[in-house]
Design a protein around this ligand. Sequence first.
Ligand code: SME
Length: 165
Amino acid sequence: MTYDFKIQAADTPTLYRDLSSALEGLVAGESDAVANMANAAALIWESLPDINWVGFYRNIANENGERELVLGPFQGRPACIRIKFGDGVCGVAADTRKVQRVEDVNAFPGHIACDSASASEIVVPLIRDGELLGVLDIDSPRTGRFTEEDEAGCVRLGEILSKAI
Ligand code: SME
């Protein structure tokens, strides 16, 4: 079986519409969360211009029973493995359960720099039946890379992913 998901679109809403359709197709009928996160990271990596990292942090209890974000499938440079709730952009997204769209990561208090090339970032909490499963994190080397249209598109991707992981 071959997948050819090279997505090119004239405008951002169309790009995310095509990307959402591709993602729905990619996860359809598969219940394994790791497989779906891995393919989703690869699809987003191949489809979105100007990004240098995309991947997942999962909400997992550590050995002391405290919830932490733990690195999941991703594309890009190796990243920090564990993030506490409230720390960095991902930890704030997990803590508040609100999308964090950061124009300039260097201006975000407590931002965790995994790749010094990252300049802007969007983090979408993944919630199913009131439970925080984890977050989808996308980084860009360009300041202000993520617009309101990107946020709407990423929220849609998050809705699909919340049912697939
Ligand atoms: N910058 C993130 C950490 C994860 S990396 O970007 C992959 C943060 O501040 O939470």
